[in-house]
Design a protein around this ligand. Structure first.
Ligand code: SF4
Ligand code: SF4
Length: 66
């Protein structure tokens, strides 16, 4: 089944604080070059916006959100 909800990081806006990586308990992210990369989008919980809410720079958007 195609995953229809997962975070998309705006790497320009991201400052690499890694708050999102520490926050998410589902191993969606992996740190690459000091910034989060979405490596397991299937693990993301549909309609969760937890990481986006705590990102200090608003760098996290969501695929599936219109
Ligand atoms: S919380 Fe936001 S600024 Fe911090 S690493 Fe994640 S995406 Fe980047
Ligand atoms: S939206 Fe929720 S489940 Fe998905 S990566 Fe962010 S904190 Fe993790």
């Amino acid at each position: 089944m195609a995953k229809e909800w997962y975070p998309i990081i705006n790497r320009e806006a991201c400052v690499g604080c890694l708050t999102c990586v520490e926050f998410c308990p589902h191993n969606v992210y992996q740190v690459e070059d000091g910034k989060p990369a979405v490596v397991n989008p299937d693990n993301c919980v549909e309609f969760c916006q937890g990481c986006g809410k705590i990102c200090p720079t608003g760098a996290i958007g969501y695929f599936g959100k219109n």
